[in-house]
Design a protein around this ligand. Structure first.
Ligand SMILES: Nc1ncnc2c1ncn2[C@@H]1O[C@H](COP(=O)(O)OP(=O)(O)O)[C@@H](O)[C@H]1O
Ligand SMILES: [Mg+2]
Length: 244
């Protein structure tokens, strides 16, 4: 069964169509790379997958449930199993790293304070962020902020993770750290959609790619097929971005 099923998704802003007919699905445990030029609508799709954005038409199914028509209140269980790793980390500036990570637990789970403390500490250790516990986001480097953002998204132990350019602007060390985290989560059976312009990382973590162009999925291939379809749209895109 597909974990994510997007059927004929369309969306316009101020009469300007961004998505005209986007259809794709993601199987259990798969990591789908969603690529395409800037402004093509990758973030809009990710936001729509957790109901932060509503399409004009089409359907979005998550684990067999159509979520595109759900009301805000009905989306809570979806957001408990689908984590969105925001492009900029989206940390709460006035909260310490500890409080940032505790927040989703307080939102979604009824836990004793001692249990929250343990879960946050374990998570920070796992992400190599133990020293950052009491810091505010502004006191961290960009790479650390992104890792804290990822660690926070993982607090709810999601079954699906949507990554929005998780390595953008990162140095090689932090890029490698993120790559390791994504691969480790994949090993645990997490299903994911990976939006990026960082093609070396994408090729390392994704099983399959969909290329968005002109409001739809213009090309699609498994990662191992890329070598044998050299003149495809996907190859042109991947080689173009990798080269420049
Ligand atoms: N809330 C919004 N209001 C108006 N236009 C928007 C809004 N969100 C996105 N857009 C437009 O939709 C297009 C796709 O945006 P986005 O999904 O952020 O692109 P990508 O993530 O692929 O770079 C862009 O042209 C953007 O300006
Ligand atoms: Mg984007």
């Amino acid at each position: 069964m597909a974990i994510i099923d997007v059927k004929s998704f369309s969306k316009s802003f101020d009469g300007r169509p961004v998505h005209k007919n986007v259809t794709f699905s993601v199987q259990k445990g798969e990591c789908l790379g969603l690529v395409g030029g800037s402004g093509i609508g990758k973030s809009v799709i990710l936001r729509s997958l957790i109901g932060l954005e509503k399409g004009d038409s089409g359907e979005i199914w998550i684990e067999g449930e159509e979520i595109s028509k759900l009301k805000e209140r009905q989306l809570t269980p979806i957001r408990k199993k689908v984590a969105y790793v925001f492009q900029n980390g989206a940390l709460f500036d006035s909260m310490t790293v500890y409080e940032n990570l505790a927040y989703p637990l307080r939102e979604h789970e009824k836990l004793e304070e001692s249990e929250i403390r343990q879960r946050v500490k374990d998570q920070l250790d796992e992400f190599g962020l133990g020293d950052a516990l009491k810091k505010l986001p502004a006191e961290l480097s960009g790479g650390m902020q992104k890792r804290v953002g990822l660690a926070r998204a993982m607090m709810i132990r999601p079954r699906v993770i949507l990554y929005d350019e998780p390595t953008a602007g990162l140095d090689p060390y932090n890029t490698l750290k993120i790559r390791e985290i994504v691969l480790a989560l994949k090993k645990k059976g997490v299903t994911s959609v990976f939006v990026t312009h960082d093609m070396p990382t994408a090729v390392a973590v994704c099983d399959r790619f969909c290329l968005l162009a002109d409001g739809r999925v213009a090309d699609e291939a498994r990662v191992e097929e890329l070598a044998t379809r050299q003149d495809s749209l996907l190859n042109q895109f991947i080689e173009g971005t990798a080269g420049g």
